[in-house]
Design a protein around this ligand. Structure first.
Ligand SMILES: Nc1nc2c(ncn2[C@@H]2O[C@H](COP(=O)(O)OP(=O)(O)OP(=O)(O)O)[C@@H](O)[C@H]2O)c(=O)[nH]1
Ligand SMILES: [Mg+2]
Length: 224
């Protein structure tokens, strides 16, 4: 009897090793007020989207996810959109394993604020932290003009191009309201930190909910 029990035990499969470990990632979200930082984070952690606006001072969230057969704990710091509090921002920049820089497609000028944040990140971390620029509110815009912005010297720039080619950051498009691209955004940050460990490499071509974005589809049609 004892022997049989031992035999039964010996054929038991070992637990899947890859899922046994919990990998940690601290993500910090920066960007101008009202661009949708809190909404993106809340959508990610499973809270219902609301049209109401409540300015953030600083909030902390945490979510455990299973991604590519591994368990991750994603800790998120949601920051204040105001330009004040540079010392607090420096502390947060130094805590980050990965950074989100959020702008809003219904307010292309919110992209300008990212230039200053980019400078602050560079001063603290150089090129040693993956940064993803996030074009949020893609549900309210219908064509690629939303990605364009007129600079102070009158030039028309494409914000996606600037983020990817001039700043060498990752770029993605989301809607917190429709939950388009939100999971992919965090998955790509995990890849950037754990797999690529470099901000210069492009985001993988993930097939996810962001494909539903009308803006993205109109950009695709134009590029054909
Ligand atoms: N249509 C639309 N509205 C959004 C989206 N994301 C956020 N909003 C709205 O935009 C407003 C601001 O959203 P928040 O998430 O509070 O913005 P925030 O960047 O956290 O703002 P601060 O905390 O002040 O820095 C709210 O009224 C949201 O409902 C989106 O994807 N689509
Ligand atoms: Mg907020």
């Amino acid at each position: 009897m004892k022997k049989q029990a031992k035999d039964e035990k010996s054929v038991k499969k070992p637990p899947k090793r890859s899922s046994a470990y919990l990998k940690m990632l601290t993500v910090v979200a920066f960007g101008e007020a009202r661009t949708g930082k809190s909404s993106l984070i809340k959508t990610f952690i499973g809270e219902t989207f609301t049209d109401e606006y409540e300015p953030t001072i600083e909030d902390f969230y945490s979510k455990q996810i299973l991604y590519n057969d591994r368990n991750y704990q994603v800790d998120i710091i949601d920051t204040c959109g105001s330009e004040n509090f540079p010392a607090m921002r420096r502390v947060d920049i130094n805590k980050a394993d990965a950074i989100l820089l959020v702008y809003s497609l219904d307010n292309p000028r919110s992209f300008e604020r990212l230039e200053e944040l980019r400078e602050e990140i560079f001063q603290e971390r150089g090129h040693n932290v993956p940064v993803m620029v996030v074009a949020n509110k893609s549900d309210v815009v219908l064509d690629g003009h939303a990605l364009e912005m007129t600079t102070n010297d009158g030039n028309l720039v494409n914000t996606k191009y600037v983020a990817e080619k001039e700043w060498n950051f990752l770029w993605t498009i989301t809607s917190a309201k429709m939950a388009w691209g939100v999971e992919d955004m965090f998955h790509d940050l995990i890849d950037a930190f754990y797999v690529r460990r470099a901000h210069t490499l492009p985001v993988k071509g993930s097939v996810g909910s962001w494909l539903k974005s009308p803006l993205l589809n109109s950009l695709r049609r134009k590029s054909k």
